[in-house]
Design a protein around this ligand. Structure first.
Ligand SMILES: [Zn+2]
Ligand SMILES: [Zn+2]
Ligand SMILES: [Zn+2]
Length: 138
């Protein structure tokens, strides 16, 4: 069994060929990808299959969705051991306004925020905008 197959099985996702391919693509890409990116890469696959694969990944905590303010939902692989619960895998995201790429800053966690009484947070989406390391030349 390959590492990817194991990762999928650990998350109770049957490692079908399509799922393995999409996982591999996302792992190699290293930046958040939009549905259209995946559609372009897997041209021959049915759109609904691709969409359902991502939905399954999201439900099982394999990927998380990022709203980077571009009106296009992007997806990135979750960290190991993430179950996509609030206060667990909440890291910062960075959107570069020059190359338009969005990355997970997994080392940088969103600090716990004490909300006023009666407020219940269900998701958090913290996206910093600016110039990424590639574009700034550092
Ligand atoms: Zn996650
Ligand atoms: Zn950039
Ligand atoms: Zn992320």
């Amino acid at each position: 069994m390959t590492k990817i197959e194991k990762t999928l099985e650990n998350k109770s996702v049957r490692p079908t060929a399509m799922r393995i391919l999409i996982y591999k693509y996302m792992a190699e890409k290293k930046i958040a990808v939009a549905m259209t990116d995946i559609e372009n890469v897997f041209e021959k696959a049915e759109r609904t299959t691709l969409y359902r694969t991502l939905k399954t990944f999201e439900e099982k905590g394999i990927v998380h969705q990022i709203d980077d303010g571009t009106n296009i939902s992007k997806f990135a692989l979750c960290e190991l051991g993430c179950s996509c619960e609030l206060d667990q895998d909440l890291h910062l995201h960075f959107h570069c306004s020059n190359c338009n790429e969005t990355v997970c800053l997994t080392e940088h966690k969103i600090p716990h925020i004490n909300l006023p009484e009666g407020y219940i947070a269900e998701e958090a989406n913290l996206v910093l905008k600016g110039i990424c390391d590639k574009c700034s030349g550092h």
